[in-house]
Write a protein that binds this ligand. Structure first.
Ligand code: MN
Length: 502
């Protein structure tokens, strides 16, 4: 089973009737071979489903309507083997409600130089068929991805796979339900946002609950379920002595497990894919959820602290996009800096809620005081993030639109063990350098909460932003402040104009 094998993209080939039956049979056979080849590509995580060659406006419209209605279909790949007069595509593309990838390839890699005749030229017309198609895509102003390259080239397949993952992220956010316990942390700006606008643009439904709903459920959890979960903790982590059987703080571990059981049942019963909580609304809870939030994230749920539902949405989306890829994804916060001129570093962490999927080393289960929140000491997982390239992603509400900002980073080991910092921790360098990356992040109004992912790259986030029609800003190796500042100004004007009058 492929990592996202419950989803499909449809492979749609355009042609027209005038070529005659023999050529059209060949078009269908070649298109099927490409669809099968892409379906078996390791870098493409969904099923690639061949659809009969479309040769007239009626068939194009019918296929696009069918794709739009299919719950399994997360996107459509279109390719023109021959010429396919593109006015035939207008109605279909206008009806298409799924992401579109225009694949610019051709069936044969090499020209058979000495053998080429007009029959060959008649059959292999992608070079101009795809230009005709793209003209209408652009005239319609369609949001889409264009990928050019030979279909058997791993680099081409990789880019198609990246887009497929983004399409699965879109499918997820279209259906996502998020439960928030309590509101945002009081007086904080960046975690706020317009939930109606978010639902209109992304699809996610953000639903509020009293933390009393959760604490009642915690009190009702059966002891046997707590026993089972504690045993799971003991099997999975290095559990601190005081939390082990007979230890002085054993009951705190059982309480943490009780919170996790209740949260999981709440999420499952309500079909929620993401949650938020906040230390300011803990009525009836004995601890701020630490290990519970961490383990829910490790199982693919979205999470945001201090009521940060936008980051929780993005954690969930990136978790779905990243399924089956190496490296994890977590809620993260830019916390504090190491400003050595030889190479400034960022230390990222949170009070508790960092996902152990970003670690590739030892994870221990510990209990320590937490002054904030005014509750008992919370149980948490403690670890260092693994090293290597990663990305941080923020979703912010600019008032008139949403904005996604990504920064490419390189995770590194801490200079010395962080023995007195018992949380999930990550240390990284910024690309292209500390000053450029942080200045750009700040002038873009980026939040301190992010999604950190070792599994996905900037192109996937860009593809997702394109699909959902969201402004996207990337800070990476090629970024410079002056150009970035101009991009912000141009972007401001574009989104203002693009929204139009209502
Ligand atoms: Mn925070």
């Amino acid at each position: 089973m492929k990592a996202l094998g419950e989803y499909e993209v449809w492979f749609l080939t355009g042609s027209q009737d005038l070529y005659g039956e023999e050529t059209l049979r060949q078009v269908a056979a070649d298109a099927q071979a490409i669809a099968t080849g892409l379906d078996s590509a390791a870098s493409i995580p969904v099923r690639v489903v061949w659809k009969p060659v479309v040769k007239n406006p009626e068939a194009i419209l019918a296929t696009c309507v069918e794709a739009s209605a299919s719950p399994k279909c997360v996107g459509v790949v279109a390719w023109m083997h021959t010429f396919s007069p593109a006015k035939m595509w207008i109605a279909g593309l206008q009806a298409l409600r799924k992401p579109l990838l225009h694949l610019h390839t051709q069936f044969n890699r090499d020209l058979p130089w000495g053998e080429i005749d007009m029959d060959f030229m008649n059959l292999n017309q992608s070079a101009h068929g795809d230009r005709e198609f793209s003209h209408v895509e652009e005239r319609l102003g369609l949001r889409r991805k264009t990928v050019a390259g030979y279909w058997q080239d791993p680099a081409t397949q990789e880019r198609i796979g990246t887009w497929c993952r983004a399409a699965c992220g879109l499918n997820e956010v279209r259906h996502l339900k998020l439960a928030r316990f309590g509101d945002n942390m009081r007086c904080v700006a960046v975690t706020e946002g317009d939930k109606v606008s978010a639902q209109m643009q992304f699809g996610v439904s953000v639903e509020g609950f009293s933390v009393g709903d959760l604490s009642n459920a915690v009190r009702a959890v059966a002891d046997s379920k707590v026993d089972d979960l504690v045993a799971e903790y003991e099997a999975a982590y290095d559990v601190a002595p005081s939390l082990r059987a007979g230890g002085a703080e054993r009951e705190a571990l059982r309480e943490a497990a009780r919170i996790e059981v209740a949260l999981r049942e709440f999420m499952a019963e309500g079909d929620y894919g993401a949650i938020t909580d906040t230390f300011e609304n803990l009525d009836g809870l004995k601890q701020l959820p630490g290990i519970a939030a961490q383990r829910l994230m490790a199982d693919g749920y979205g999470f945001g602290a201090e009521g940060d539902w936008k980051t929780a949405v993005m954690v969930r989306v990136v978790k779905v996009m990243a399924r089956g890829l190496a490296g994890g994804t977590s809620f993260m916060e830019d916390y504090t800096y190491h400003l050595d001129p030889a190479g400034p570093k960022v230390l990222g962490a949170h009070m508790l809620e960092v996902c152990p999927s970003i670690s590739d080393g030892r994870v221990s289960c510990e209990i320590h005081p937490l002054s904030i929140g005014g509750r008992s000491d919370p149980v948490r997982l403690v670890f260092d993030a693994g090293t290597g390239p990663a990305i941080v992603v923020a979703l912010t509400d600019m008032g008139d639109r949403f904005r996604i900002i990504s920064s490419e980073i390189d995770l590194i080991a801490p200079d010395a063990p962080l023995v007195k910092l018992p949380v999930g921790r990550a240390v990284w360098r910024l690309r292209p350098d500390f000053a450029t990356a942080t200045e750009c992040w700040l002038i873009a109004g980026g939040s301190h909460h992010t999604v950190l992912s070792r599994a996905v790259g900037a192109e996937m986030i860009a593809d997702f932003a394109e699909m959902v029609g969201c402004e996207f800003l990337l800070i990476g190796a090629d970024t410079n402040v002056a150009t970035f500042k101009k991009e912000l100004r141009w972007s401001e004007a574009y989104y203002h104009l693009a929204r139009g009058l209502r």
